[in-house]
Design a protein around this ligand. Structure first.
Ligand SMILES: O=C(O)CCC(=O)C(=O)O
Length: 258
């Protein structure tokens, strides 16, 4: 899937867009899986608006925006577990992370046409800090994404800027880091944008007539370790490649809530 120059590009810039990781029928399977989750969440009244709050947009604009976001989709539909460990994903991950890779969590993000919400610029580290900063996001595109429908934007090389102070719901000062500062990562369905959890990223709202659907996986090197007991899900640390060196260090907590 990728060569040494891509690995170098990722190390230098903190992101890498890999084309055609998934073929059209694999993308279609995920779109169907996503629709099933949307339907089941609505039926279970678990479909609240995940739009970020804060002062990065005027309040009257913020009110109109919608984001359908659900975490841990690989526990809800098999299409997402299959995608998480897809051989093409594993091939890229083993080159940019190392031989031993774990899945940390997954989520889906649906920005509906015209009202799809923006993401202010941020690093992901404050949400799930780890010792060695190997964590990265792999955002799988289920639709063509460009500036009009709010594609992801990154600031190249910003993963080298260290831990930056985040405000509010963990985003960067929007005057210092406007979303427009990020370079737009224009992608087709089936393409995957990989970016380190220190890389500053965000996205504008969807002002087009097209939906923007992405599934985002976070992966880490298997010996990297959380520094806080946060953002835990019950099967965290599924092995995607290689072996787990931390055999006795964590224990799962599976809970029946209903
Ligand atoms: O998909 C996007 O537009 C942004 C997602 C993001 O920044 C995040 O989930 O941390």
């Amino acid at each position: 899937m990728i060569d040494n120059s891509d690995v170098e590009f990722y190390k230098e810039n903190g992101y890498l867009l890999v084309k055609s990781v998934f073929n059209a029928s694999e993308v279609e399977r995920m779109r169907e899986g996503l629709e099933r989750i949307v339907q089941r969440a609505a039926a279970s009244k678990a479909d609240s608006n995940a739009q970020w709050q804060g002062d990065f947009l005027p309040p009257e604009e913020l009110k109109k925006l919608v984001l359908k976001g659900f975490h841990d989709v690989h526990y809800h539909d098999a299409s997402f577990l299959q995608a998480a460990v897809h051989p093409n994903m594993a091939a890229v991950l083993s080159q940019i992370i190392g031989p031993n890779v774990q899945l940390h969590h997954s989520k889906m993000l649906v920005k509906p046409p015209e009202v799809g919400a923006a993401f202010p610029m941020h690093q992901d580290k404050p949400y799930f800090p780890h010792l060695n900063d190997t964590m990265l996001a792999a955002s799988v595109h289920l639709d063509f994404a460009d500036e009009q429908n709010g594609c992801l934007r990154v600031i190249p090389g910003s993963h080298k800027n260290g831990d930056l102070p985040h405000v509010g719901q963990y985003y960067l000062n929007h005057k210092q880091y406007p979303i427009s500062q990020g370079i737009p990562c224009i992608a087709n369905s089936g393409d995957v944008l990989f970016f380190n959890y220190m890389t500053i990223h965000g996205s504008e709202s969807n002002r087009s007539e097209r939906t923007r659907r992405n599934v985002l996986y976070q992966y880490r090197e298997a010996s990297d370790y959380p520094t806080e007991n946060v953002h835990i899900n019950w099967g965290q640390g599924l092995m995607v490649c290689g072996e787990n060196p931390n055999f006795t260090k964590v224990s799962p907590k599976y809970q029946i809530i209903e």
